[in-house]
Design a protein around this ligand. Structure first.
Ligand code: 13P
Ligand code: SF4
Length: 341
């Protein structure tokens, strides 16, 4: 039987962002604006990073997006340098899709528990033991794992792609997120063999505590990212990627929502819908009890100072072995070409 690849608490970094005064933050932001212009660079940010980095990205012609839109934006933008503010797999995806561009990150230490929980060697063995299956991997994986796959998907297209494969009679090998895999399996009815990885942030959302919260706020809608456990997903009014959660918050009639995803998303939710109220879904604990409750410790490493430093030195460049990049490009391209509507 496949072993459990979920990370242990000791493997999760205990990252504390540096405290900066407002004047220091303003100074860093003005330096970053100037450097982006000088270096012909564009900022490609994820919704979970520092809210001021999100605003900077939008103000300077970059983007704030989910992982699929980040990949498209980076590929289609003309800037010579992409500065990816997110986690490592996002930087690697940008490099694979744009091998001729320079891709920088505020820090190369920003990992993802799903990527870390899917070592390429063990995954290659899993694929060879199940050679009759179509290999579909989540974007939250290394370039090496993507290179072993037939399809790469993000949570915004995973269900549609697997439904399409199932309609062709294909059996699927899925990695690494077992919760997202289970959600796709139960939605599509596809024959799926699941890797046993998990997101350390979303796995902390608790069903019983959410039931109690719903009793306090019976009129609130529930928005859930599908990396969450099945019992939490079952309570959702809408399930989807970060962008899809934002869209649903606008479309659903409720004016209050309990949100089961990283709290970084609240910045955009509150900006887009100032008349609606958003509260965090309950987790196991906070502070010293939990290093990943409702905020990804690796996303938190994207600090203004680190962003300024990488632009100043043109350091923290992301490299992908060209041969691996070429093999990873085909399954990524399949996702980007897949009709979404
Ligand atoms: P999205 O594609 O929904 O932005 O998800 C990326 C991610 O890492 C969620 O934890
Ligand atoms: Fe990975 Fe979870 Fe962090 Fe997203 S929130 S980058 S899935 S560890």
């Amino acid at each position: 039987m496949l072993r459990d690849f979920r990370l242990q608490p000791a493997d999760i970094p205990d990252f504390q962002p540096q405290h900066l005064e407002a004047s220091e933050r303003d100074f860093l932001k003005s330096e970053i604006r100037a450097l982006l212009r000088e270096r012909d660079a564009v900022l490609v940010a994820h919704y979970y990073v520092d809210s001021e980095i999100q605003d900077l990205a939008l103000d300077t012609g970059g983007c704030v997006a989910d992982s699929l839109e980040m990949a498209r934006f980076g590929r289609d933008n003309d800037a010579e340098t992409l500065v990816v503010s997110g986690v490592r797999f996002m930087g690697e995806t940008a490099k694979i899709l744009s091998p001729d561009k320079r891709v920088l990150m505020p820090t190369l230490e920003a990992q993802c528990s799903l990527d870390l929980g899917c070592p390429p060697d063990a995954f290659a063995d899993f694929c060879s033991e199940n050679g009759d299956r179509t290999v579909v991997v989540y974007a939250n994986t290394s370039a090496e794992v993507k290179a072993l796959s037939d399809w790469v998907v993000t949570s915004s297209v995973g269900t549609k792609v697997v439904r399409h494969l199932a309609s062709q009679g294909k059996k699927v090998l899925w990695a690494p997120d077992q919760h997202l895999g289970h959600y796709i399996q139960s939605t599509t009815g596809a024959d799926m063999l699941l890797w046993r990885g998990a997101c350390v942030v979303h796995e902390e959302f608790k069903h019983n505590a959410l039931l109690e919260m719903k009793q306090v706020y019976p009129y609130a809608g529930v928005l859930v990212h599908p990396e969450s456990p099945a019992a939490v997903i079952e309570m959702a009014d809408a399930v989807g990627s970060t962008s899809q959660i934002i869209k649903s918050a606008g479309e659903l009639p409720q004016d209050m929502f309990i949100v089961a995803t990283d709290r970084g998303l609240f910045h955009m939710l509150r900006k887009r819908y100032p008349g609606k109220r958003f509260v965090e879904a309950p987790t196991a604990g906070d502070g010293a009890m939990c290093k990943s409750c409702a905020h990804c410790p690796w996303m938190a490493m994207n600090e203004l100072g680190a962003l300024r430093d990488s632009l100043l030195s043109m350091g923290n460049e992301v490299f992908v072995d060209p041969e691996i990049g070429e093999r990873a490009m085909a399954p990524l391209q399949r996702m980007l070409d897949f009709p979404v509507n």
